[in-house]
Design a protein around this ligand. Structure first.
Ligand SMILES: C[S@@+](CC[C@H](N)C(=O)[O-])C[C@H]1O[C@@H](n2cnc3c(N)ncnc32)[C@H](O)[C@@H]1O
Length: 188
């Protein structure tokens, strides 16, 4: 699943990547190879024990920095990021990510509903939000700090139409909710 999703994100040599949810670091190592020696991976893990294990597992990876913390609510100022890859499900794009993006950044995010199922999306910033497309069905644990129950219900309603789970284009624009970008969706 991740091989397919990461191939679609087309991460370039030298990319600065924010990883949300490093776990024990397996996919951090893969991101490290994709970005190459000139790239940098900033791998956040909210669970202290997992963050410690990831740091140990990735000790030999010179382009990786493991950080213990909630990546949805606060980041060390290490951007702008060329890519954000989340390994936990969001209902919106938190402001802390949108504020740390390079102009053509790519965000690979699981957009998930109440029970954690939904679609992986690939989003890119534009003048007033993000253009996005779905790249396949997925199910994930929730991303702490990037969830809103009302949006989760809307996401479930949206993906009740299974035809929208892959290759469906839509926009994400800012709403009046200061916690992040909310999803307003329409087919192009
Ligand atoms: C599916 S697991 C990731 C597995 C990981 N990619 C690996 O290779 O082991 C999702 C992880 O996201 C972490 N997580 C959830 N919300 C987070 C947040 N806001 N910031 C950082 N980590 C978060 C969880 O603690 C969990 O370890």
């Amino acid at each position: 699943m991740w091989a397919r999703f990461l191939a679609k994100s087309d991460i370039q040599d030298g990319a600065r990547i924010l990883q949300v949810g490093a776990g024990v670091g397996y996919y951090t190592a893969i991101l490290s190879h994709l970005a190459g020696p000139d790239g940098s991976i900033f791998a956040y893990e909210i669970d202290l024990e997992l963050a410690k294990r990831a740091a140990l597992n990735l000790a030999g990876y010179n382009n990786v920095t493991v950080r213990h913390g909630n990546a949805a609510t606060g980041l060390v100022d290490e951007g702008p990021f060329d890519a954000v890859v989340a390994f936990a499900g969001v209902t919106h794009i938190p402001n802390v990510w949108s504020g740390h993006l390079a102009p053509k950044a790519k965000l690979l995010l699981p957009l998930t509903g109440i029970m954690g199922s939904g679609a992986m999306i690939l989003a890119q910033p534009d003048s007033d939000g993000f253009c996005a497309k779905t790249v396949g069905r997925c199910g994930f644990y929730h991303c702490s700090g990037a969830r809103d129950d009302k949006l989760a219900v809307e996401i479930d309603e949206m993906f009740a139409n299974a035809g929208r789970l892959e290759d469906w284009r839509f926009r994400i624009t800012g709403g009046d909710d200061t916690s992040g970008f909310v999803t307003f969706l329409y087919e192009k």
